[in-house]
Design a protein. Structure first.
Lengths: 260, 279
């Protein structure tokens, strides 16, 4: 009994994701190559091509764990989450949380943070660069209004806060990097991930800057964010940190920013 | 003669093409790789001043019984509007079911029921883009026992009822014919020539399946001798059309793709008088 197209596609979707469907197999012409073997070609291609797409989005995770273990992670993830749409660069938002919860991956406690970093770099690469806030943009704003300004991050930019020195782990995992060991006890890192020209890049922040940028990203005013910076790092100095971040083009020049 | 054959533009070659601007008939991109505001899309938009473009979608899932994903359709339409390509295409296949995307060109039974679905989806696509699109024959690894039409019959009827063009992938004919025990020349002979808008050429791999060779459309090598012979037959029968060299895995140096395109141009030149009469 042939399946109507909606039923056939439901059965095919189940079959290629690992659940054998005898009603589908019965619809397919088998000869010296069986219907099962013919269907396996599609099942194999779906899993391998999606695993390759995840590897392209999470290259540092793969470099750290190797291709074999990465494929195991990817297949476990795919069993839970398939792409919801056809743009593969947008597949994998839930992968870092999956890595964090994965039992075998817990031997590498920093791996989930590296996955967050890979994802953040991917997101920002596909976001417009946008105009960035410059000191000149602030020149016309009255001094008493400056502390009340909200400053936002560029579109697609994000802050990654890790207990591990993930900037050093990331650098040591790049193709051609020297094989220096990274001291996992070197302490926490805050990274601001953003588009810089044609590349996705990150800026390493100190503890005060990290708390400051996190507060700004949550929509707090410059004044409140500075207080957060100081409570994280007593030596935090607003004018020094703000000037450095402006030089690094770390903020968006949105109308909202300038209107306070 | 000027170049007719173009090449698939891959991220690996983007900087080199932007710098050297090699002569080629046209550049084809995969729509789904350029929907975000990446530096790569900005580079493509700059190249638009020097090159004719083709946008080849792989994820519209024109065979889905569910209909098209309107969000994805709107994004592809946005790219088409930005780039104003000469050609737009996708495949006779499906890849989405129940809101999940399988990243493969999955096969369809060729029946009146499925024809209605594909005609409706292609009609919706052409309406959203405000233009004709071309539909490509997929590479097949299986056939459905309840198909009542051959693939060429299905494509001919799809073109007649929807007004779409046909993108003839020569390598896919070789792959499908081998895997489904069909005669590639017989497959080729039954098409409405006036609907054909573009040819694709690529290489394939040979894998083992149940102890027998099966051809896999991996786009990872030079165009094989069978595909060159069938391409020659196609242009003699239907005439010259824009022709693309596709390469997606183990991507070689740009010069290798340009050499393959030059070989396609030589094939076209050799077939010259016959192909011109056919056109």
């Amino acid at each position: 009994m042939p399946l109507a197209l909606p039923d056939l596609q439901a059965a095919f979707a189940a079959h290629v994701t690992g659940r054998d469907r005898a009603d589908l197999v019965a619809c397919i012409v088998g000869d010296t190559i069986s219907a099962d073997a013919r269907l396996r070609i599609y099942r194999h291609h779906v899993s391998h091509s999606l695993s390759a797409a995840l590897a392209a989005t999470f290259p540092t995770v793969q470099a750290l764990v190797g291709e074999g273990f990465f494929r195991t992670l990817a297949w476990g993830f795919m069993a839970q989450t398939l792409p919801g749409q056809p743009v593969l660069a947008e597949y994998g938002a839930e992968f870092p949380a999956f890595v964090a919860a994965d039992e075998p991956a817990r031997d590498l406690p920093y791996l989930a943070d590296i996955a967050w970093l890979d994802w953040a770099l991917n997101v920002v690469f596909h976001s417009p660069e946008g105009r960035r806030l410059a000191a000149a943009d602030l020149a016309g704003i009255a001094a008493e209004r400056l502390p009340l300004l909200s400053i936002s991050l560029p579109e697609g930019a994000s802050l990654i806060r890790s207990r591990y020195p993930i900037d050093r782990i990331w650098n040591a995992s790049q193709p051609g990097a020297s094989a220096d060991t990274v001291d996992l006890g070197a302490g926490r890192t805050d990274l601001l991930v953003l588009r810089r020209g044609d590349d996705a890049a990150f800026i390493v922040l100190d503890a005060g800057e990290g708390a400051f940028v996190a507060a700004l990203a949550e929509g707090m005013s410059l004044e409140t964010a500075a207080e957060k910076g100081m409570s994280a790092e007593p030596a935090f100095d607003l004018s020094t940190a703000f000037a450095r971040l402006l030089t690094l083009k770390a903020f968006a020049a949105s109308q909202h920013n300038l209107e306070g | 003669m000027s170049a007719v054959a173009g090449i698939g533009l891959r991220a690996l070659h983007l900087a080199e093409i932007a710098r050297d601007q090699p002569a080629t008939g046209f550049l084809e991109i995969h729509a789904e790789n350029y929907l975000g505001a990446s530096p790569a899309r900005a580079a493509i938009e700059r190249l638009r001043e020097s090159y004719t473009f083709s946008i080849h979608a792989v994820g519209l899932s024109l065979g889905s019984a569910d209909g098209l994903d309107e969000h994805h359709l709107a994004r592809v339409a946005g790219l088409v509007k930005r780039l104003e390509p000469d050609y737009v295409s996708d495949h006779l296949s499906w890849s989405v079911h129940g809101g999940r995307y399988f990243n493969d060109l999955l096969p369809l039974p060729y029946t009146e029921e499925v024809l209605d679905v594909v005609v409706r989806n292609v009609g919706r696509l052409q309406e959203a883009l405000g233009r004709q699109v071309s539909i490509e024959n997929p590479s097949c690894y299986l056939a459905f026992a309840h198909s009542t039409l051959t693939e060429p019959e299905f494509l001919a009827e799809l073109a007649r009822r929807s007004g779409c063009g046909l993108l003839l992938d020569i390598n896919n004919i070789v792959v499908t014919a081998h895997n489904l025990r069909l005669d590639p020349n017989g497959w080729l002979s039954g098409l409405p020539g006036e609907a054909i808008t573009e040819y694709h050429l690529a290489g394939h791999a040979v894998n083992d399946c149940d102890g027998e060779p099966i051809l896999i459309d991996d786009h990872g090598s030079c165009v094989g001798p069978e595909a060159w012979a069938l391409f020659d037959a196609a242009i003699r029968r239907y005439g010259v059309r824009p022709t693309l060299i596709e390469w997606d895995t183990d991507i070689p140096a740009l010069s290798v793709l340009l050499d393959e395109a030059a070989k396609a141009d030589r094939t076209i030149a050799t077939a010259g008088p016959d192909a011109a009469r056919a056109a």
